[in-house]
Design a protein around this ligand. Structure first.
Ligand code: IMP
Ligand code: MG
Length: 180
């Protein structure tokens, strides 16, 4: 285990088993509907690749990149740094995310994609931190891998200062690491 990790929450094997379950559900739900999976960069990349290779019906993939700029107040504002390239009109869209925390990113992404007149938009997130939700955010994810406590986690795509994305498991970062 990496020295900066306090505790492993989910091992590589547990994550892969969870992905098999989620992908089986999505495969049945979207069979014959030609879904398009949209990944929100960068945290989702590992989850995205492992998920889509287990989807057993024809589908397409695309990506979005968000960026926040220091706007009014500490919350900042989100902008689309890189948009999807496909035409989503009439399509069944599944947003894949690494973690659903305050809800700001996913609410923004969902509203943005809805403006492209898709047939449907659903959300699949590997991790959900319900305690992190900002007041006023009512959106819920449609498919959730794990509900986790309000702790800062890294690994399997999730970063702290762009590090730890390469860890094959998900772990809680030692608080000394981000307090120093
Ligand atoms: P939110 O739901 O708008 O707060 O945004 C979720 C985004 O915040 C994710 O895509 C992550 O990039 C980041 N994030 C939230 N919680 C964590 C965490 O525990 N570890 C690493 N990144 C996190
Ligand atoms: Mg992310």
């Amino acid at each position: 285990m990496h020295q900066d990790i306090k505790k492993v929450l989910y091992t590589e094997e547990q994550i892969q088993n969870k992905i098999k379950e989620l992908a089986a559900v999505l495969t049945e739900e979207y069979r014959g509907k030609n879904p398009i999976f949209v990944g929100v960069m960068k945290g989702v990349v590992l989850f995205f690749a492992d998920m889509v290779k287990r989807i057993d019906t024809p589908c397409q993939i695309d990506f979005m990149w968000l960026s926040s700029y220091a706007g009014t107040g500490s919350t900042g504002n989100l902008i689309v740094k890189r948009d999807v390239s496909a035409n989503l009109k009439g399509r069944h869209v599944v947003i894949l995310e690494d973690i659903y925390d305050t809800g700001r990113s996913l609410t923004f992404v969902r509203d943005h994609l809805l403006s492209k007149e898709p047939a449907s938009v659903k959300i699949c997130t590997l991790l959900d931190k319900p305690e992190g939700r900002l007041p006023g955010i009512t959106l819920e994810a449609d498919y959730v891998g794990y509900e986790i406590p309000n702790e800062f986690v890294v690994g399997y795509g999730l970063d702290y200062n762009e590090y730890y994305r390469n860890l094959p498991y998900i772990g809680i970062l030692k608080s000394e690491v981000y307090e120093k």
